[in-house]
Structure formats: structure tokens, C-alpha cells
Design a protein around this ligand. Structure first.
Ligand SMILES: *[C@@H]1O[C@H](CO)[C@@H](O)[C@H](O)[C@H]1NC(C)=O
Length: 225
């Protein structure tokens, strides 16, 4: 009996490590600048990505540069990176190359929370950036490339190598929520509320079924609105 209980305990522990959690209504708080606080996310990878859309919401008063979404592989640090260069400038990196979008000032004034979606399509290389539901002029990079699925996704820090080499001066300080990723080359469908986004294919990473690990000083709390 004791053996069976132990075995069940081990099984429960294993499935707990892989559990998907519905985090809707909750946020990750990154309360202090640091070179170690971060969250590792797992995607449901089924091969290299020809198209992707990454969406998330964040609240911060940082004026320096910071990472919003950092995805690296063993061979390339900026395989996919959403990076806020400074107020009004957001860069999207694919396989080490970047396009930078200028965010008009009035785009951010609807709420203190900023909702961003970045998309990229291999067939044309066209990249989109939407801020608070408004699409910015499209740009292009890495036409014909496929994004590796063998990487690590990190929130809160910018990876200069696979899963590490963080710099406190590129860390995110603030709150983040509603992180989603789809294998879609445009954000048009993703801009609606994800919970009611019936036209969307299943996400490859979703706030409603998130597999994540908190590292260092990161706190999960209900959203304040
Ligand atoms: C990626 O998008 C293109 C068109 O935008 C589409 O033709 C292709 O099938 C998509 N690839 C995948 C794997 O979804």
C-alpha cells in the first residue's frame, strides 16, 4: 500500500510538472530590476514555424530598453525577439535580423496597459506589429526562413544565449498577461479577445493553458483594473 501511494505521488508530481494552467485574469509581476527573475514558457511545437503571431499585454513605466518576448535556440540567440528599444520603438527580430516599428504616441493613450501583437510570414517575409488593436506599417525580413521549434521562450529577460546570459538593463519590470502564440502569419484574427476568438486555430502557447516555470522574484497575482 505504501509503495502504491508513493508511486501515485511520483506520478502526480510528474504530471504537475507538465500541467497546463489557466491563468486568465492573472498577471506575472516582475517587481524589481534583476538579471535573474524570469518565466520559462513551453510551446506545443510540432516542427519549424513558417508563420507566427505572438500577442501579449504589459504594463510598465520603464523608459529604457527591455525584452517583451525572448526565444532562443542552442545555435541562435535572437531566433524570435520582441524588444522595446525605447518609448515608441519596438523591434521584431527573426533569426538575428530586426525590423523596427515606430509606435505613434496616440496609439498608447487608450489605457496604461499596452496590447501588442507581432506576426511574421515566411512566404513573403512580411512582419506586422499591432499596438492596442492598430496595425502599424508592415515591414519585411527573412523571407523563406523557418523559425526553429527547438528553443526556449523567456519572459522578463533577454537571452544572449540559450536560457541565460541575462542583462538587468534589458530586463522587464512591470506586469504581463495574456501571452499567446499561434501559427498564423497575420494578427487580424488574433486581435479580438482570445477567449472568444472562435476563428482562431489552437494556440501553440496560450494564457488559458500555460505551461510555465517561475524563476527568481516573479509573482503571480490577479489583475488590477
Ligand atoms: C503559412 O502562411 C501561408 C500564407 O500566408 C500559408 O500558405 C501556409 O500554408 C502557412 N503555413 C503553415 C504551416 O501554416
Amino acid at each position: 500500500m505504501a509503495k502504491l501511494q508513493l508511486w501515485l505521488f511520483v506520478l502526480a508530481g510528474l504530471s504537475g510538472a507538465l500541467a497546463q494552467t489557466d491563468l486568465r485574469g492573472q498577471v506575472f509581476i516582475f517587481p524589481r530590476e534583476s538579471a535573474d527573475a524570469h518565466v520559462i514558457l513551453s510551446m506545443n511545437n510540432r516542427g519549424p514555424l513558417q508563420n507566427f503571431t505572438v500577442c501579449l499585454q504589459y504594463l510598465t513605466d520603464l523608459t529604457r530598453a527591455y525584452s517583451l518576448f525572448s526565444y532562443t535556440t542552442r545555435t541562435r540567440d535572437n531566433e524570435l525577439l520582441l524588444y522595446r528599444e525605447k518609448p515608441g520603438l519596438i523591434s521584431l527580430f527573426v533569426a538575428g535580423e530586426a525590423v523596427t516599428f515606430k509606435v505613434p504616441e496616440n496609439t498608447g493613450t487608450h489605457s496604461a496597459w499596452e496590447h501588442v501583437c507581432a506576426s511574421w510570414e515566411s512566404a513573403t517575409g512580411i512582419a506586422e506589429l499591432w499596438v492596442n488593436g492598430i496595425p502599424l506599417p508592415r515591414k519585411g525580413l527573412k523571407k523563406g526562413y523557418s523559425v526553429s521549434d527547438q528553443g526556449i521562450i523567456v519572459l522578463g529577460q533577454e537571452q544572449d544565449r540559450f536560457g541565460g546570459a541575462f542583462d538587468a538593463k534589458q530586463s522587464f519590470v512591470g506586469e504581463m498577461t495574456d501571452v499567446y502564440m499561434w501559427e498564423l502569419g497575420t494578427s487580424t484574427d488574433a486581435m479580438g479577445a482570445p477567449s472568444t476568438g472562435s476563428q482562431l486555430p489552437p494556440s501553440i502557447l496560450g494564457w488559458d493553458a500555460l505551461r510555465y516555470q517561475l524563476k527568481g522574484y516573479v509573482v503571480l497575482k490577479p489583475v488590477l483594473r
